[in-house]
Design a protein around this ligand. Structure first.
Ligand SMILES: Nc1nc2c(ncn2[C@@H]2O[C@H](COP(=O)(O)OP(=O)(O)O)[C@@H](O)[C@H]2O)c(=O)[nH]1
Ligand SMILES: [Mg+2]
Length: 182
């Protein structure tokens, strides 16, 4: 049995809490509170500590999923959550280009803290003003690194899509463990 700790990060409103709620097999422990600051224009509630959910995958893999708070003033929580993590997903909302720079800073923050497998999940691609995946990658300025970073489109409200996204990351975690072992 393997227990994998996966962190879901990204700007407020990108779909972190929704992704965890959609796939968790336990009632999610969430710390969403009524948003009182700039986030309230995006959504009514915002995560102030973290979300926690569990999922069993094939081959006896148990996932523990931790969703970070999106806002920068809670970044001390990001440090706590990324510690001992096996991998992480950074969600980026395709229809909010003004947040791409912030999304990139979240990715950089995580990469500086832990050298562990990660992936970028592009959400909200069903929104009318969503950017294409290619343009988002370009805007995130990943250049040559893009080859190593898996990007996938994910709809956190859809069970199959959300499960597929975490499965992609878990495969990535297994592959990099094998590479390190050889
Ligand atoms: N249409 C659509 N709505 C989404 C998608 N991802 C998240 N949402 C919605 O966006 C809102 C904010 O999501 P939430 O999970 O609270 O964001 P968080 O701040 O990252 O935890 C919720 O109403 C979600 O249902 C998506 O891919 N498409
Ligand atoms: Mg949240």
């Amino acid at each position: 049995m393997a227990l994998l700790k996966v962190v879901v990060a990204g700007p407020a409103g990108s779909g972190k809490s929704t992704l965890i709620r959609t796939i968790s097999e336990i009632d999610v422990v969430d710390t969403d509170r009524h948003a009182t600051d700039e986030t309230s224009t995006l959504k009514e509630n915002t995560t102030v500590a973290f979300d926690f959910g569990k999922l069993n995958l094939p081959n006896n893999v148990k996932l523990h999923l931790y969703g970070t708070p999106g806002q920068e003033r809670f970044d001390f929580m990001w440090d706590m959550l990324i510690e001992n993590a096996h991998g992480y997903i950074v969600l980026v909302a395709a229809h909010r280009p003004h947040e791409f720079r912030y999304a990139r800073s979240v990715i950089k923050f995580m990469q500086n803290r832990q050298s562990i497998p990660m992936m970028v999940g592009i959400t909200h691609t069903d929104q009318p003003d969503a950017w294409s995946k290619e343009n988002i990658l370009f805007a995130l300025r990943f250049g040559d690194e893009t080859a190593q970073i898996p990007f996938s489109v994910v709809n956190p409200t859809d069970h199959e899509s959300a499960t597929q996204a975490v499965t992609t990351l878990v495969n990535h975690i297994h592959e990099s463990a094998l590479t390190q072992a050889t």
